[in-house]
Design a protein around this ligand. Structure first.
Ligand SMILES: Nc1ncnc2c1ncn2[C@@H]1O[C@H](COP(=O)(O)OP(=O)(O)O)[C@@H](O)[C@H]1O
Ligand SMILES: [Mg+2]
Length: 360
């Protein structure tokens, strides 16, 4: 906003002209009635009158506008949180002022709009959080109250209900952890620790982690081929493990009995690798795909479905991948299966390895 404004003399120039014309006419009439009409005198008079009017009007206008307009500028500056406007320019140019104020108003409008969007987002978020927490909380409360009501006297029921309550607490912790993660990701608090690691090994360890879960539905966790040599990538290992876990867990949760979850790792372009997690599960209808990565978005809205997630899994996945400046893709056919894939940066091979690189 601290900009040098053009001085405008238009107002003083026009006003002085009007005053001069009027006063010269009056003077002319007066001199005429006194029979003293003298062209040179009239001419001299009009020039002097014009000059005096011009100076006074310009001076007054500048003073007046300086005080008031300056205050407007200062207020605007204050609102913008910037420094104060520099002292030199005094403007009588209303057009510049109007332009500036319009610009200011437009900026404020966009700002307010984005704040409104954020506010709805926040409200929605809070609503979703409490909704997600309520279900497991009530479950736990239900079991505990039943136990307190006397059910605890039956050792069998006691153990069963305690187990169920514990499951509910586990779920609460799981949701809170997801929330914690997403908050960190969204506020940019999460610093990535880049290392070079073998992605094949990481996928294998995620398979091992969810082997039991997969076995319950008789789902096979496999690679598309036998990866004999390591494939080194450059990323945050822990976060990528989280990505893989979320994708693999989804493929199991939304997979069919006796199904398969297959992971493939391929070269994409020179310095990129693409990891695909494919399943032959229930698939996702096209209509849901654009919103899939939104927080709390779930295809099956009824929170009571057997596979209770927080709906945050894919939002976290997307955040992590984007924090790496990589891409995530999804392809899915309803009732056929889904494929989630993401890119990673390959570790540049050293010249020594280059010779054998041709064979891979
Ligand atoms: N592999 C998949 N197959 C079918 N549907 C899936 C798959 N992965 C995710 N989805 C759908 O996307 C939704 C969002 O997934 P996610 O963010 O992980 O939430 P959550 O698993 O907690 O429900 C899920 O509710 C599910 O309907
Ligand atoms: Mg999930």
């Amino acid at each position: 906003m601290a900009e040098n404004f053009r001085k405008s003399y238009r107002f003083a120039y026009l006003s002085s002209s009007y005053i001069t014309i009027a006063s010269t006419l009056l003077m002319g009439v007066f001199l005429y009635t006194q029979s003293h009409l003298n062209v040179f005198f009239i001419l001299g008079y009009s020039i002097v009158c014009y000059a005096i009017c011009f100076v006074i009007i310009q001076y007054r206008v500048e003073k007046f506008i300086y005080r008031r307009v300056r205050k407007i500028y200062d207020d605007i500056e204050m609102l913008e949180g910037g420094g104060t406007i520099d002292d030199s320019p005094v403007t009588t140019d209303m057009r510049t002022l109007i332009k500036e104020v319009e610009k200011f108003a437009k900026q404020r409008k966009t700002e307010i709009e984005s704040l409104k969007v954020r506010e709805t987002y926040r409200k929605e978020f809070m609503g979703n959080v409490s909704h997600e927490l309520k279900t497991p909380l009530f479950t736990v409360q239900g079991y505990v109250l039943t136990l307190l009501d006397g059910a605890m006297n039956n050792p069998e029921i006691l153990e069963k209900y305690l187990n169920r309550a514990s499951k509910g607490v586990e779920r609460l912790i799981y949701i809170v952890n997801d929330l914690d993660m997403i908050t960190k990701l969204e506020t940019g608090d999460l610093n990535l620790t880049y290392t070079n690691f073998d992605i094949v090994e990481l996928v294998q360890s995620v398979f091992d982690l969810f082997e039991m879960k997969a076995a319950k539905k008789n789902i096979a966790l496999t690679f598309d081929m036998n990866y004999t040599s390591p494939i080194l990538v450059h990323a945050d290992k822990e976060r990528i493990q989280q990505v893989l876990s979320n994708l693999v867990v989804n493929s199991i949760k939304y997979g069919k009995e006796d199904g398969t979850t297959e992971v493939s790792i391929e070269d994409l372009i020179r310095n990129k690798t693409i990891v695909r997690v494919t399943d032959n599960g229930e698939g996702i209808a096209q209509a849901h795909i654009p919103r899939l990565f939104e927080r709390f978005y779930r295809v099956d809205k009824s929170g009571s479905r057997k596979e209770g997630g927080s709906g945050l899994g894919l939002a976290i996945v997307k955040h992590i991948i984007e924090a790496h400046h990589e891409r995530i893709y999804v392809e899915s056919d309803y009732r056929v299966g889904s494929e989630f894939s993401f890119t990673l940066e390959k570790v540049k091979k050293f010249p020594v390895v280059d010779v054998s690189a041709k064979t891979t």
